[in-house]
Design a protein. Structure first.
Length: 144
């Protein structure tokens, strides 16, 4: 009897955890990819032997680290995004359609032509897109 009750409770918890509301994906297009500076990497020139013998210099080699930054354009907003995983970022196909949704401070992006996996990206900036009606000159009326 206890086994049946425990199994029903376990199934109930599993069903409620799985029954979350599905995410509403927005569609957009990947317009551009650029390598942008995103920090500095420092390498110490010291070794253990050099430290013991006193022959190592205290110079540090610094290199600028470059990160991939994509421009994703949706119907109303243009996003600049960077991969959250800096060590193994996937190269996305520029010019292809992508589906995405925003979750807290991250963007989950899916490119169907690539492998249909959701990947996490950090939103660097957001800018509203200009529409054709906003570009039109306002009409002037004559005051008499």
């Amino acid at each position: 009897m206890r086994l049946k009750i425990c199994s029903f409770l376990l199934m109930g918890v599993a069903v409620t955890a799985y029954a979350r509301e599905p995410h509403h994906y927005q569609s957009g297009k990947l317009l551009q990819m650029a390598s942008v500076p995103c920090g500095m990497a420092e390498k110490d020139a010291k070794t253990i032997t050099g430290e013991l013998l006193g022959t190592d210099s205290s110079h540090k080699k610094t290199e600028e680290v470059l990160c991939q930054e994509y421009v994703l354009e949706s119907e109303t907003v243009t996003y600049r995004i960077r991969p959250k995983d800096d060590k193994h970022p996937a190269l996305l196909p520029v010019g292809q359609a992508a589906q995405f949704f925003l979750e807290k401070d991250k963007m989950k992006l899916r490119v169907e032509d690539l492998d249909n996996k959701d990947r996490e990206y950090i939103v660097v900036s957001m800018m509203p897109r200009e529409t054709a009606t906003a570009d039109a000159q306002p009409q002037r009326t004559k005051l008499q």
